[in-house]
Ligand binder design. Structure first.
Ligand code: LMR
Length: 395
């Protein structure tokens, strides 16, 4: 039977990262997959994670299953991290949380519950968006519509077209929004734009599904959650998929959460029961290690402070890399690359053609996605200079 299977193409991000890893050229620059790398090109284990992990190794006496909802401390702390401890939904208990295998698991659980709530819901995705959104959310049978988001010519958010497209949203639809650090373009909504989106969704009776995978890596933990907090204040229902992969550096530990903000505490509990049912069908219980670590960090003032400080340094480093790259590209190419310094988080499009991206790969050992998305964190001052020269060459 398996002989009937056709081979699938390699994943557009992970397949390319494997190619970059296999490249033996000593000067290669890998800007593919979205992981934070330090100035030595290493994806570091954060100090607070090391400390919490050391405690865990010492304390852990059993490997028995976690409860289906997840680690108790993690589940208690994540909504406070995302929504803030004084958020009305948190204070009034109008939310529920389930620990998930990473942000992907969080999106999948959200889509499972959404599909039960309204099987004919259309999910509106930004154009562009993370390439896994559609297959991941589509695996439960939901349909999609697209709304314009980024203008390749102006290298910025096209808010006017976005709002025009979103006029098509109907009651019962869901609109996927990137909470911060848009993947792949790095262009985020400002406060007044979030407000206009909130007004539109309220008017339509549509629900936001907010993917927040980079909280803390744009400006800071509070500022990056501004949109999600605002929508969760103003709308009766919000679905949130949060990831601890990037901001805690817990990538391989698959640590995330789906948070349901609802009109009443009772509804939040019903939504959780559906999420638990979906989790049981899919993977039964979540993995323990990463969530226990994140839960410990968020429950200990000392560990939390260490984590927040290190995260802020990472974010600052990426901002400096952005400014440096923007300046070097503008000088080398005589074009305006100031948008790179304005954008947030790990990603930006460089506005190159596929042919130019391939030439960079083949001739200069520089790896980025075909869309010319780069992971800014893969740069160092020395690599930035080399990248700018290589780009001048292909332009
Ligand atoms: C990325 O976009 O590179 C990251 O979110 C990693 C992934 O799973 O694709």
């Amino acid at each position: 039977m398996l002989a009937n299977l056709a081979r699938l193409p390699k994943d557009s991000i992970l397949g390319l990262a494997a190619l970059a890893r296999a490249d033996q050229r000593p000067n290669k620059i890998d800007l593919t997959v979205g992981v934070y790398l330090d100035e030595n090109g290493v994806c570091p284990v954060m100090q607070a994670v090391r400390d919490a992990q050391a405690e865990l190794v010492f304390e852990e006496t059993s490997k028995v299953y976690l409860p289906p909802q997840g680690d108790v401390a993690f589940v208690a702390q994540m909504p406070k991290l995302v929504l803030g401890g004084s958020h009305p939904a948190v204070i009034e208990g109008r939310f529920s949380t389930i620990q998930t295998p990473g942000g992907c698991g969080a999106l999948r659980i959200a889509s499972e519950v959404l599909a039960v709530a309204n099987p004919s819901a259309k999910v509106w995705l930004p154009n562009p968006t993370w390439p896994v959104h559609e297959p991941l959310l589509g695996s439960v049978g939901l349909e999609f519509a697209r709304y314009a988001y980024y203008d390749d010519d102006t290298h910025s958010l096209d808010f006017e077209r976005m709002m025009r497209d979103l006029q098509g949203v109907k009651s019962g639809d869901a609109v996927l929004l990137h909470g911060c650090c848009h993947n792949p373009c790095g262009a985020d909504l400002n406060e007044s734009q979030w407000q206009k989106v909130a007004d539109l969704l309220l008017d339509r009776g549509a629900m936001p599904l907010i993917d927040i995978a980079y909280q803390g890596l744009g400006d800071d933990l509070e500022q990056d959650a501004l949109g999600v907090r605002m929508l969760a204040k103003q709308l009766p229902e919000v679905l949130i998929a949060a990831s601890c992969s990037k901001n805690f550096g817990l990538y391989r530990e698959r640590t995330g959460a789906t948070i349901f903000v609802t009109h009443t505490a009772e509804q939040a509990d019903v939504a959780l029961s559906q999420a638990l049912g979906a989790a049981r069908r899919l993977y039964s219980m979540p993995p323990a290690h990463g969530a226990i670590i994140a839960g410990k960090i968020l429950s200990s003032p000392q560990l939390e402070m260490s984590w927040r400080n290190e995260l802020q340094q990472m974010t600052q480093r990426m901002q400096t890399l952005r400014e440096d790259l923007s300046a070097q590209l503008s000088t080398q190419t005589q074009r305006d690359f100031s948008f790179v310094a304005r954008e947030k988080g790990m990603f930006s499009f460089l506005g190159l053609t596929v042919a130019q991206v391939h030439e960079l790969r083949d001739e200069h050992a520089v790896y980025m996605l075909d869309s010319s998305r780069i992971n800014v964190a893969g740069l160092t001052p020395e690599r930035t200079e080399r990248l700018a020269r290589a780009i001048k060459h292909v332009l």
